[in-house]
Design a protein around this ligand. Sequence first.
Ligand SMILES: [Zn+2]
Length: 135
Amino acid sequence: MTDVLTKDQRKLNMSRNRGKNTSPEILFRKKLCARGFRGYRIHTSLPGKPDIVFIRQKLAIFIDGCFWHKCPLHFKEPETRKDFWMNKINSNVERDKMVNGELEKIGYTVIRIWEHEIKQDSDKALERVASCLNK
Ligand SMILES: [Zn+2]
């Protein structure tokens, strides 16, 4: 799964991430807490294993990586082993749709947040969640 980056890219990525050590998911969970939205679950057996789940309000949140889930703004086709990766990524996208459907069937609201939204405009993402939780 991780071999999509060349060694040099990986080194660059790691040096960039070092010291920060916060995945978009953890970052967003902190923001939720700061806004007073607690009591979510992170390891549930719901379809698609949502990243964050509010059981009582039946809200499932996914934080989707721009590369793995084919973000319309940032997705770039990999240069090596293109067929292999595109198969994988396209099946991720298909599965995302299926999972959304399964969750909705059991009465869940699904919110999908792009990784880049957490980095660039997390307040907006937070608002989307807030409006579901307050209804
Ligand atoms: Zn993106």
